[in-house]
Unconditional design. Structure first.
Length: 379
C-alpha cells in the first residue's frame, strides 16, 4: 500500500482511533436501518446553497472556474514590479500593492480574491516560472502577488510571514527535529483547517517524486450530505464544545462548525485532539474523544473525501483556499530526496472581503494575530 491509500496511518492513535474509510463504513452500517438520527440543530438550514457549496466532480469538469493562467504580459509585469521594488530599499514586511504595481495582473488578482471569499473558494494561478528566480526573488514575487489577494499577512508562528513546507521524514531522526505536523512528512493528510487565517496560499517550488495531489472540500457540501444521512454528526459538531490548549480557546471549549449569515464557517483539525506523528500525546488535562466523537470526525473526513476536488499541482502553481468555508488536505507522496518537494505557504486576510466571523473563530484569530509577522525565512 502507498500513503495515498492509507491516510489514516499518519495519525498517532490510528489505525483504530481515527477511523479509516472501511472502519467508518462499518461503524455507519452498524446502526440499525430503523435508526432515527434526528434532525439538524434548531435554526440551521436543511441544506446550504451558494457558490461555496459544490462537488469536486463538477469543478473537475469545469477547470476554468478555478484555474487562471498567466500570460507573458503578466510575467513581464511581475519582473518589472520586482525591479521597481528593489530600487526602493523597502523591507519585505512593507511590500504592498502600492510598491509592487501590477496594472494588468493586479485587477485579475483582485478578482481571484473575490472568488476566494465570495465565489467557490479555491483558485489556482498557473504558469508562474518560479524556477527561473533565486530564493530571494521567489519570496519577493510570492509576497508581491499575494499583496493583491490579501492586504494582511498573518503570523504562522515564530513571527513567520511565510512557511516552507517540506518533508523531513527521510532524514535521520538523530539529526532533525521531531515531526509534529503533517506538513513535515510524506503521508496523506486528513481534511483540516489551518490554525488561523481567512485564506491559505501555497506556491509550488518543487514537486518531485510521485503523488501529493491537492484536495479541497466544500464544507457546505459535506454538511448537506450529513444533514440528510447523519444529522446527528452535524448536531455533535455544531452543539458540543471541544477543548484543547491554544491561544484564544476558552476553558469551556468551542463549537467546531457555525451557521452565520447563511454561511457555514469552520476552523478545526483532528490533530488538535489526538496529537501527531512523533509528538503523539494528547493533552492529559482534557478527556479523550468518545467513540461517538471519533465516528463524527470520520464521517466528516470521508464525506469530504467523497466530494473533494483533486488537483495535481504543477511547478509554479499558486493555490489559494478559503480557510473559513472549505477544508483542504494532500494525498501521500513519494519523494526524490535529491530534489525535495517544496511549497511556500502564506496566511492572508483581506480588508475588503473578510467577513464578520463567528465569536469562537474571531476570539481565536484575535489571540493569534495581535501583531503582524516580520520574519521571512529563505528556506
Amino acid at each position: 500500500m502507498t500513503a495515498d491509500i492509507i491516510p489514516y496511518e499518519l495519525y498517532s492513535d490510528a489505525p483504530g482511533f481515527l477511523l479509516n474509510k472501511p472502519e467508518w463504513e462499518k461503524a455507519h452500517a452498524a446502526h440499525p436501518e430503523t435508526s432515527s438520527f434526528g434532525s439538524v440543530p434548531k435554526g440551521w438550514p436543511s441544506q446550504f446553497s451558494g457558490a461555496q457549496t459544490w462537488t469536486g466532480s463538477y469543478l473537475e469538469q469545469h477547470p476554468e472556474k478555478y484555474i487562471k493562467h498567466l500570460s507573458q504580459e503578466h510575467i513581464d509585469e511581475i519582473d518589472a514590479a520586482i525591479k521597481n521594488w528593489k530600487k526602493q530599499s523597502i523591507p519585505l514586511s512593507n511590500i504592498s500593492q502600492a510598491n509592487f504595481p501590477l496594472p494588468v495582473l493586479g485587477p485579475m488578482l483582485r478578482g481571484i480574491s473575490n472568488g476566494i471569499y465570495n465565489g467557490i473558494g479555491v483558485q489556482i494561478l498557473r504558469g508562474f516560472p518560479v524556477q527561473k528566480y533565486d530564493k530571494t526573488d521567489q519570496i519577493i514575487d510570492f509576497l508581491g502577488i499575494n499583496a493583491w489577494v490579501g492586504d494582511r499577512r498573518l503570523d504562522q508562528g515564530a513571527d513567520r510571514a511565510i512557511c516552507h513546507i517540506k518533508s523531513i521524514s527521510h532524514l535521520d531522526p538523530e539529526n532533525r527535529g521531531k515531526i509534529y505536523v503533517s506538513a513535515q512528512d510524506a503521508n496523506a493528510q486528513f481534511f483540516h483547517s489551518d490554525a488561523g487565517s481567512d485564506v491559505v496560499g501555497l506556491m509550488a517550488v518543487s514537486l518531485s517524486g510521485h503523488g501529493g495531489a491537492s484536495t479541497v472540500a466544500s464544507a457546505g457540501q459535506v454538511y448537506n450530505h450529513l444533514a440528510i444521512h447523519r444529522p446527528d454528526i452535524v448536531r455533535l459538531l455544531a452543539e458540543r464544545k471541544f477543548r484543547w490548549r491554544a491561544n484564544g480557546i476558552p476553558d469551556d471549549g468551542v463549537h467546531l462548525i457555525h451557521n452565520k449569515d447563511g454561511r457555514l464557517f469552520l476552523n478545526f483539525s483532528t490533530r488538535t485532539f489526538i496529537g501527531y506523528g512523533e509528538m503523539p500525546d494528547r493533552d492529559a488535562d482534557y478527556p479523550p474523544l468518545s467513540f461517538e466523537e471519533r465516528e463524527a470526525f470520520a464521517g466528516w473526513q470521508w464525506v469530504a473525501d467523497e466530494y473533494s476536488l483533486k488537483t495535481d499541482l504543477e511547478v509554479g502553481d499558486i493555490e489559494w483556499v478559503n480557510n473559513l468555508h472549505l477544508q483542504h488536505a494532500r494525498r501521500g507522496f513519494t519523494e526524490d530526496i535529491t530534489n525535495p518537494r517544496h511549497l511556500i505557504r502564506i496566511w492572508l486576510s483581506d480588508s475588503e472581503h473578510s467577513p464578520e466571523l463567528p465569536e469562537d473563530i474571531e476570539r481565536k484569530f484575535n489571540a493569534m494575530f495581535a501583531e503582524d509577522p516580520n520574519f521571512f525565512p529563505l528556506d
